[in-house]
Write a protein that binds this ligand. Structure first.
Ligand code: G3P
Ligand code: MG
Length: 237
């Protein structure tokens, strides 16, 4: 069986509060290849949080986009952790893991590219240590327009099912489907189009094995150690 890449979903969010710095550190300790995090732009700063509202993951309330950066940074995002900025997250990761930045909020593409390019230029990162992904194909198109050298991933799930015309037009690197949409045909067609297939969110070891058997290239999981145990059967690693 080929090597399957492990993306720690929102960090190792099965172990630490999602999208926090400890979740990123835990992903590294557990040997994940990549960490996936979600971003919004507030007052020109990229912050790392999944929901458009604050209640589920913080002690705040209301919509992220209606708050000041100062308020957002005063909140507890779990175990006393702040909502991190993407900059803080890159600093912590310090080239030790690939970072998949998922653009959740509006107007995040240009800020994300500019930050990534800064870390490539000044901090020893390589371009292939980043993937910028989104459900929002308009935002993702901006990524490829502004930074054709960066890897872009188109996310497929919910209302967002059609990806192939977009993927071809914008030379995207990978398709990130929700697990229930994946079958052998999906994987085969994506590979024929030259796309890697990274599937979310795969936590059950039986599903991990099933995805691996279908030939997917990677999975997003809250429990990176579950991919490693699969790999112990893999002579390549
Ligand atoms: O990027 C894959 C996955 O994170 C997309 O779904 O809702 O967990 O951000 P979500
Ligand atoms: Mg995400």
């Amino acid at each position: 069986m080929k090597k399957i890449l492990c993306f720690a979903h929102r960090g190792a969010s099965g172990h630490e509060p999602e999208n926090t710095l400890p979740a990123v550190e835990k992903a590294i300790v557990l040997g994940a290849d990549w960490v996936e995090v979600d971003v919004y732009a507030v007052e020109g700063e990229l912050i790392v949080i999944h929901d458009e509202r604050l209640e589920r993951t913080t002690n705040g309330s209301g919509y992220v986009m209606e708050k000041s950066l100062g308020y957002l940074r005063s909140l507890d995002a779990g175990k006393g952790q702040k909502i991190p900025t993407l900059r803080e997250l890159f600093d912590l990761a310090d080239c030790r893991i690939g970072v998949n930045v998922e653009l959740k909020g509006p107007d995040t593409a240009a800020l994300t590219i500019s930050l990534i390019d800064q870390y490539i230029k000044d901090r020893g990162w390589h371009g292939d240590q980043f993937i910028v992904s989104s459900f929002n194909q308009r935002e993702l198109a901006k990524v490829k327009e502004l930074a054709p050298h960066l890897r872009a991933g188109v996310i497929v799930g919910g209302m967002h099912r059609r990806y192939s015309p977009f993927a071809t037009r914008h030379a995207v690197y990978s398709v990130h489907p929700r697990m229930d949409l994946v079958n052998a045909g999906f994987v085969e067609r994506a590979h024929r189009r030259g796309l890697r297939v990274f599937v979310y969110t795969v936590n059950d070891p039986r599903d991990i094995a099933k995805m691996a058997a279908m030939g997917v290239d990677g999975v997003f999981t809250d429990f990176p150690e579950r991919i490693r145990s699969l790999r112990s059967l893999d002579p390549i690693r």
